[in-house]
Design a binder for this molecule. Structure first.
Ligand code: NAP
Length: 235
């Protein structure tokens, strides 16, 4: 049996919305690849897509790195009507905010991530980011400066909480995952394991982090009829 939307909401429920939390949502092949043909989308399946919507519905902020925005061609994040209704029923805004982490600001105001956004996204950057690019993006986004030489991700999460947005869902990519891990900010990992072995040279879901053993507790396991496994881990 495929998990229903209600079962997904129950399996991934947040016990306390006031405690700040960074939840990671990633997909991997059975042999550990984070991408197939350069993107993650081909690894996922129908339940993985349904789960993504359920996790988005529960989030205050959807966080992505600039690399993922560029490669995956991120557009605006607009929930389906039933998810918007779920959010309203739970006292949340109709849609989560999208936040893009970028130090270089190699993003254009005309990109779909800004042009198709129902609400202007947040661009999280550093004080030393190129000033002209920052000025351009200020016309289409809220620019949040965290850190001087690099983006300070701890300061970012504090800023989100101060704005009433403590529940962060990070959808990638691997370098942002690595930086969040190094900063001690990863509270949950929602990992879909796809029933494929893909070989090739694809990287893993974490890149650039220092080697260390970060222990996780297994909070839930689901599977679907297509052979996908859905693992919920918490710190
Ligand atoms: N398997 C999955 O679930 C999954 C999920 C998402 C993405 N992906 C795949 O991952 C690939 C992209 O990976 P990626 O690692 O290059 O992308 P990424 O982690 O989304 O983006 C990395 C970029 O984020 C910006 N950044 C700024 N400050 C940062 C900080 N403190 N820590 C980390 N990043 C910071 C930098 O952008 P600037 O250069 O602008 O400064 C950096 O180049 C794509 O192929 C995508 O399809 C897979």
């Amino acid at each position: 049996m495929n998990p229903t939307r209600d079962q997904l909401f129950a399996a991934y429920a947040l016990d306390d919305r006031r405690t700040p939390r960074v939840r990671m949502n990633f997909v991997s092949s059975a042999d550990g690849a984070a991408t197939l043909h350069g993107r993650s989308g081909e690894l996922g399946g129908r339940t993985d897509r349904a789960l993504m919507e359920v996790l988005r519905a529960q989030a205050d902020v959807i966080l992505v790195g600039a690399g993922t925005v560029r490669v995956e061609g991120y557009g605006g994040v607009a929930p389906q009507e039933e998810d918007a209704a779920w959010r309203r029923a739970h006292g949340l805004s109709p849609a989560p905010r999208l936040a893009v982490v970028s130090g270089e600001l190699n993003l254009a105001p005309g990109d779909a991530v800004f042009a198709d956004a129902p609400v202007p996204p947040i661009v999280v950057t550093r004080a030393s980011a190129p000033a002209a690019r920052r000025a351009e993006l200020e016309s289409v986004a809220e620019v949040l400066v965290c850190g001087d030489a690099t983006v300070d991700l701890v300061a970012m999460t504090h800023a989100f909480t101060a704005q009433g947005m403590p529940q962060v869902l990070c959808e990638g990519g691997p370098h942002l995952f690595g930086s969040l891990l190094d900063a001690g900010l990863v509270d949950e990992l929602c990992l879909t394991v796809a029933p494929h072995v893909v070989g090739g040279g694809a990287g893993r879901i974490v890149q650039g982090a220092a080697e260390a053993q970060h222990d996780l507790a297994l909070r839930g396991v689901l599977r679907d009829d297509d052979g996908f496994v859905f693992l919920r881990y918490a710190r």
